[in-house]
Structures are given as structure tokens and as C-alpha cells.
Design a protein around this ligand. Structure first.
Ligand code: ZN
Length: 166
């Protein structure tokens, strides 16, 4: 069983088992007892806050479609994942768990709700605020959810992206 610890600036809280849906993206780090270094490195490699799998899929697709984009632009509110300056479009790739999507993957863990609920609600509130700021700056904000990406074929994703950029 994997157990998670989440770093909150200077504090580290033990938060119990981490749901499967939380593991691909993270502001959290996961520590596990009694695992081999290989297992640990396999776990850690899945937990990067940037360059997460769904984002790479979108990036590659945009690239093959010939779109020019920039990644993780710190000068913009919330450091958006992907921006297409020519189209004035920001594409937010959001993990369902971390960003509290209303879908099966976005469900709260059964344990430690007292820890997760404020944290995830905080993420959600921040998303809304950052998107609002981006719009005020003239950006069109488009969101792609992890669960959507998993369902989509490559062709569907291309047409979805084309639609987002209009
Ligand atoms: Zn979802």
C-alpha cells in the first residue's frame, strides 16, 4: 500500500492512501515504506508537477498539427500549461482529481476528507480566479480534462484542439 505525504510549504502531513487518480500529477509527493529504490523511482517518475502525461499528449498533438505554443508561462496568472499567443488561447490541461472535476476521477478520497477537501477546493478556487484573470488580460481560456483525453482517439483530439483554437 502506498501512503502519501503532501508538502504544504514547510509542513509535511501524513494523509493516508493516495487515490490512483491522484498519482499522475502532483503538488504532492509520495513516500512508501519498504519498497525498493527501483520501485521508488518508478513511483516518483509518475509524480511530476509538470510534463505530466496528458499534457504531453496535447503538446505532441498540437506540434504535429503545426501550431506554435509556449509552455508554463510564469508571467501569466497561474503559470498556464500551454499558450498559443497567435490565437490568444490558453489551454489548461487539468487533472480530474487535483482540480476537482465533476466526474468519477474527481471524487474525493473516502479517507482524510478533512485534509483533501480544503486542499482540492483551494485548487479549484485558484483555477477559477486564474482563468478569470487570464480572460481579463484578453486570453481565451480552454480547459481539457484528463478524463476527456483518456476517452479521445487521436483524431478526435485533433478536431477538439482545432475547435478550441477558433
Ligand atoms: Zn474528469
Amino acid at each position: 500500500m502506498l501512503y502519501g505525504t503532501a508538502s504544504l510549504t514547510n509542513t509535511v502531513a501524513i494523509v493516508g492512501p493516495v487515490p490512483e487518480s491522484a498519482r499522475w500529477e502532483g503538488s504532492a509527493t509520495f513516500m512508501a515504506d519498504r519498497i525498493t529504490p527501483e520501485q521508488r523511482s518508478a513511483i516518483m517518475s509518475r509524480i511530476r508537477s509538470k510534463d505530466t502525461h496528458p499534457e504531453i499528449v496535447v503538446r505532441r498533438t498540437l506540434h504535429t498539427m503545426g501550431f506554435r505554443f509556449r509552455l508554463h508561462v510564469r508571467s501569466l496568472p497561474g503559470c498556464p500549461d500551454i499558450i498559443l499567443p497567435k490565437h490568444s488561447v490558453v489551454v489548461q490541461i487539468r487533472g480530474c482529481f487535483w482540480h476537482l472535476h465533476r466526474c468519477k476521477k474527481g471524487r474525493l478520497p473516502k479517507t482524510n476528507k478533512g485534509y483533501w477537501l480544503p486542499k482540492l477546493k483551494g485548487n479549484k478556487a485558484r483555477d477559477i480566479e486564474n482563468d478569470r484573470k487570464l480572460r481579463r488580460l484578453g486570453w481565451k481560456v480552454r480547459t481539457i480534462w484528463e478524463c476527456e483525453l483518456e476517452r479521445m482517439e487521436a483524431r478526435e483530439l485533433r478536431s477538439r484542439l482545432r475547435g478550441l483554437l477558433i
